[in-house]
Write a protein that binds this ligand. Structure first.
Ligand code: NAP
Length: 289
């Protein structure tokens, strides 16, 4: 029977750590770390995510602000706001909530964020730093997965890891982090041949696909650690992952549930990234950089 990796409990611990770090930052620097979230349009899921991010930031003592823009905002106005936040010394982290409204060049907006404030880790420079093994801000969901692997006591050096999904926000950065931890990494995707057999090789299997219960027990090596990033609705509208939990639980070594696994880690890591960005900026300021 798989050990359950309780993301809710680990995320609560991360939030407590961040709250302590924020207190120390306020004592040292006389201000709170600032996280500014830009939300353009009325996408209902984005509205919920942004509200949760703001609430979580305020709970740990981070000054969270949300900039709400209408769906017909121009590219120039969005870039203008990002430039204003880049220049604002009270802002440590900038997060532009995706998806942006149609007609907006998302990559151009993400790349306009100062890398030192790129708490989502999606800027091209952050991506380059991650893949070249240098320190920078790392995307929140994969970082949350790494924390869960650490909590599971996973020994990654030399382990076979398979990441299913190659998105810029989850699959690719997840693979980079596992590689950095000396795993032998395979990135699988929709064109991968014999996907179940590829997955069965994995000591660590990360599912980041977006297909309800795609991964069953025949895809999983007995004893493997399985992280389920997927957030899907099944036929009856219930939230479920990419992994068929009931089917896989008897044979996996450790497994994240959905909900309550990877999901809660993402916001916790955003808070941690904001604190890390604030500390790095304060240090750079002290050095006169
Ligand atoms: P995405 O951008 O749609 O990428 C999905 C990836 O899955 C793509 O690389 C795609 O391959 C691959 N894929 C699709 N169908 C497949 C199949 N039948 N077999 C193998 N691979 C297949 O999605 P994403 O943004 O990475 O998100 C993935 C899932 O994670 C979603 O359910 C999302 O809601 C969830 N998510 C959760 C969190 C969290 O905090 N828990 C955060 C982000 C995302 P191709 O590249 O070949 O098309």
């Amino acid at each position: 029977m798989a050990r359950l990796l309780d993301g809710k409990a680990v995320a609560a611990e991360v939030r407590r750590e961040v709250a302590r770090g924020v207190d120390a930052f306020v004592t040292a620097h006389g201000r709170r770390p600032g996280l500014d979230v830009v939300l353009a349009g009325e996408d209902p899921a984005s509205q919920v995510y942004v509200r949760n991010k703001e609430k979580a930031a305020l709970e740990v003592g981070i000054a969270g602000r949300v900039h709400r823009l209408s769906a017909d905002v121009s590219q120039a106005a969005l870039l203008g706001l990002v430039a204003q936040l880049n220049a604002d010394a009270a802002v440590d982290g900038i997060l532009v909530q995706l998806p942006l409204p149609p007609g907006i060049d998302s990559l151009a907006v993400l790349d306009a964020i100062l890398p030192a404030k790129d708490v989502d880790g999606f800027h091209a420079e952050s991506v380059g730093l991650l893949w070249s093994g240098r320190s920078g801000l790392v995307p929140c969901t994969p970082r949350g997965c790494m924390r869960l692997l650490a909590e599971a006591g996973a020994s990654l050096a030399g382990a076979r890891a398979v990441v299913v999904g190659r998105s810029n926000i989850v699959g690719k950065p997840m693979a980079a982090l596992l590689l950095g931890a000396h795993a032998t990494v395979t990135i699988a995707h929709s064109r991968t041949r014999e996907l179940p057999a590829v997955c069965r090789e994995a000591d660590v299997l990360v599912a980041a696909v977006g297909r309800a219960r795609m991964i069953g027990r025949d895809w999983v090596k007995p004893g493997a650690i399985v992280l389920d990033v997927g957030m899907n609705r099944d036929e009856s509208g219930r939230l479920c992952g990419d992994v068929d939990f009931a089917d896989v639980e008897p044979i996996a070594g450790a497994l994240t549930p959905v909900p309550g696994g990877v999901g809660p880690m993402t916001i916790a890591m955003l808070l941690e990234n904001t604190l890390l960005a604030a500390r790095a900026r304060a240090l750079a300021g002290a050095r006169g950089a």
